[in-house]
Design a protein around this ligand. Structure first.
Ligand code: SF4
Length: 448
């Protein structure tokens, strides 16, 4: 790529990628916990997709029972550290806190959860729960992201032999590779992986189902299978010159940033990110932190239709990212490297089938943006090709179809959860699915 930005010093990289939200000290955590009203109907718990008993874990912090607090959290969520740092709390638990109605700041639930969970993860001994005796049954799990880890942890406590198959050499999936490092870093994710392994779960890394081992072999080897795979790379637009040097996929770009070898990551001086979801924001913020001088996000609809939430939007703006709404890419141009992107102005027409106003090109409105790097962040593709050939698993609109309560697929021996059934939601949704699927699997296998 031409025009690579001057590399930053190590100290500048460290500063740019430092955590956005600092941890509580002991005293600050207790002071914050005491503010909680212990609401009888706990709207915060209802708003949490894993339904953590939030008032109880906060109450335990206020009385100094930090280990008990962590236990309450883990009863509902096995990737509680990642969720504490990466959940969109304004839209979930903290958004539902009754203190809003009193005109007060909501309880900082995410930070308190982080406080209790980090205290626990830093301890030598980690046996919070009793494990049932081995029942002689075995479950294979595909994918070691939040859904797979949650399912595996729960099944292991229920007495199952659990084998996770992970195609990457480093486990953790989305939690390890897909979340911007100023929210949560790889070390956090790997602590949660170690916790799940400490319960007796085996993680087989570098094993790709459909290549290293067939799905049919797994069906023979295990009494039940849980599919907890994530999504693949970003979609493409089929505009010309997507193969030029300087064109990147947002997921791959974030993965490179997550390796924390920042000076080795290719970065342009002027970067254009296409898309407006949280992945686009993470990629744009990553580009700023790596030293890009001019970072734009272009999106063909308006702010109102933008998938990224308010917190992410404000964060990006505060980082200097410029948003160009109602703008659609037409082509990327350059010889061998990106030199710019031709765009077209859009206006909004009638609603499409999903209820969003359809963007319509404005005639004769093309214009160019000079840049040396283009990042595609258009939503991720379903990547489980190996599932397409299994006749008794239904895939509808690129989602594996399951019973919403048991998480069982049309093949009774196979269960699924997380991004592969919902098309890509939050980590906390995958954590819930994995845990519920474990109960579904246990119910199914208990009948044999
Ligand atoms: Fe505490 Fe707010 Fe939850 Fe009430 S809604 S229990 S005040 S965190």
């Amino acid at each position: 790529m031409k025009n690579i930005t001057q590399k930053l010093s190590d100290a500048e990289y460290e500063k740019n990628f430092e955590e956005l939200i600092s941890p509580f000290t002991n005293n600050a955590a207790v002071v914050e916990a005491i503010r909680c009203l212990y609401c009888y109907d706990s709207p915060c718990t209802k708003a949490c997709p894993t339904h953590i008993d939030i008032p109880t874990f906060i109450k335990k912090i206020s009385t100094g029972n930090i280990l008990g607090s962590a236990k309450t959290i883990y009863e509902s969520n096995w990737v509680a550290l990642t969720c504490a740092k990466a959940c969109p709390v304004d839209d979930l638990c903290e958004g539902a806190c009754v203190l809003h109605e009193k005109g007060e700041k909501p309880i900082e639930i995410g930070r308190l959860q982080r406080f209790a969970v980090e205290d626990f993860l830093n301890r030598e001994t980690k046996n919070l729960f009793d494990k049932k005796p081995t029942n002689g049954k075995s479950v294979g799990i595909i994918g070691s992201g939040p859904a797979g880890l949650s399912c595996g942890a729960e099944l292991s406590l229920l007495g199952y032999d659990v084998q996770i198959y992970e195609s990457d050499k480093i486990p953790g999936g989305l939690n390890t590779w897909g979340i911007a490092p100023y929210k949560t870093n790889r070390a956090d994710s790997l602590k949660e992986v170690e916790l799940v392994k400490s319960l007796g779960v085996t993680i087989n890394t570098g094993v790709t189902v459909g290549e290293s081992i067939s799905f049919d072999d797994l069906l023979v080897k295990h009494d039940s299978i849980f599919i907890g795979i994530g999504l693949g790379e970003s979609g493409i637009l089929n505009i010309s010159s997507e193969n030029l040097s300087g064109v990147f996929d947002a997921i791959e770009f974030i993965r490179e940033v997550k390796k924390e070898n920042w000076s080795a990551v290719d970065i342009g001086k002027r970067v254009v990110v296409i898309g407006a979801g949280n992945t686009a924001i993470d990629a744009a913020a990553g580009a700023v932190h790596l030293g890009a001088e001019d970072v734009k996000i272009i999106y063909r609809r308006s702010r109102a239709e933008m998938p990224a939430n308010d917190f992410e939007f404000e964060l990006a703006k505060n980082n200097g990212v410029v948003f160009q709404f109602l703008t659609s890419p037409v082509k990327i141009y350059g010889d061998s490297c990106v030199e710019g992107i031709r765009c077209q102005k859009m206006e909004l027409g009638k609603n499409d089938s999903k209820g969003r106003r359809r963007p319509i090109p404005v005639p004769n409105s093309e214009f160019d943006i000079s840049c040396d790097m283009v990042v595609f962040a258009l939503g991720q593709n379903f990547k489980a090709e190996f599932l397409q050939s299994i006749p008794d698993i239904k895939i509808v609109d690129d989602k594996v179809e399951v019973n919403p309560e048991s998480f069982q697929t049309a093949n009774p021996k196979v269960f699924a959860g997380g991004d592969c059934i919902n098309g890509g939601k939050e980590v906390v949704n995958a954590a819930y699915d994995g845990k519920q699927a474990a109960y579904g699997i246990d119910k199914y296998l208990s009948n044999f």
